[in-house]
Design a protein around this ligand. Sequence first.
Ligand code: BG6
Length: 484
Amino acid sequence: MPPTIVIFGASGDLTSRKLIPALFQLERKERLPAGTQIVGVSRTEFSHEEFRNKLTESTKKFAGDRYDEETWQNFVSRIYYHPGDIMKSEDYTSLAKFLEEIETEPGSARLYYLSTAPRFYEPAVAELGKAGMATEEHGERRIVIEKPFGTDLETAKKLNAEVLKVFDEDQVYRIDHYLGKETVLNLLVLRFGNSIFEPIWNRQYVDHVQITVAEEVSVGRRGGYYDTSGVLRDMFQNHLLQLMTIMAMECPSEYSAKPVRDEKVKVLQSVRALTEPEEVRANTVRGQYQGYLDEEGVPNDSQTATFAALKLGIENWRWQGVPFYLRSGKAMSCRTTQIVVQFRQPPLLLFSGMKKPVCDANRLVIQIQPAEGIQLQFNTKVPDAGMRLKMTNFDFRFEREYRGVMPEAYERLLLDALRGDASLFARRDEVELAWSIVDPIMSAWESFDEAPPKYEVGYWGPDQSNEWMRKQGCDWFDVCPVLH
Ligand code: BG6
């Protein structure tokens, strides 16, 4: 039975840039269930034809050389458009009728995708419930909810409560696109598909872990949204904490939604929350790039942080005493997401060249994007130079090892949602725990009198960030990736 994907907010950017191109690639790879239909819903009045034409243009642009006319024509003929106001009950009744008309086989599954402005999540879910569109009498019903899932712990709890009045937890897919990135999935394989890393993946061997998600772009035209969000809500509550949980979790009993998410939740439960303002002051750095206040939609006295660095501790047997440094910002030196596992120095520094700070000890550098690979750094002897040592690399790159283009995160995630595999989606408790880590930091920052320090566009954040790190006996791994 071919499923139907119903995208709410279909005239928005996400649909044309990510969702449709991803679904199209799945179609090209013959992974999309045969006959899958897609229905776009939003307020704009498009005919089916107009909507299809608009998507043809955008997909040609975003799919690049992964576009082919024959597959597209076949695919686009199964895309429909149904105009509707997300706030109006009658529009759900007419949508339900339209879906019944096109779903010719009984028992067709439906995947609702909320790609609207977040303030519409609650009403949309409630209306789907009222219209009887969430019940599974006539086929499976699932709902994908985009980030941000709430704006703090309280709103996230409320949204969860409202969603769970209508859908069961196992029908709900809270999406975080970082979890669909191949290089992020490879972290699970690195850790749990190999035996050589596990024995050293703990406090006995690891000095600290750095997780950096640096963006070169500024907030651009998203100033209005961004200013109400800031870097903690926009990047940490979701993407950075997700990366941290995958780095820190125990091996699940099997690779399926419950055990995987149980282990991730345990990590979040073990994070020592920074509750007191003084703790926040000591363990965080914030910053705002110069020129942020001139961005469209940003008030000229805004204190919103566009950069943050946090030091988090995970209080469990594996990680007690090992700081996890998380850092992200806009308008930084380059675009790079990388995770550095900094190992300890050997217990005896036998060679004189080794009497250096810990940052010169072994390192595992995991490059998530745009470089995609892993380097293990280790000392070798420089030939013909006494006992001089040099850090050298074992170097793995996806590009060199595997041919073909890396798939977009949304391909994997959409397919998993269609198949009913929620392993890579956030569960209710996971989302709420993540907010409970970020919330007190945001409140403390708001209570501080001073504005966040400025940093120059194109830098690795404010100077305070480097000083703070140095005081802890280390340096940030500030390396822009070499792509080829
Ligand atoms: C989004 C944030 O969730 O992630 C954006 O809202 C950010 O501000 C984006 O730019 C980064 O995603 P990626 O995949 O480009 O690293």
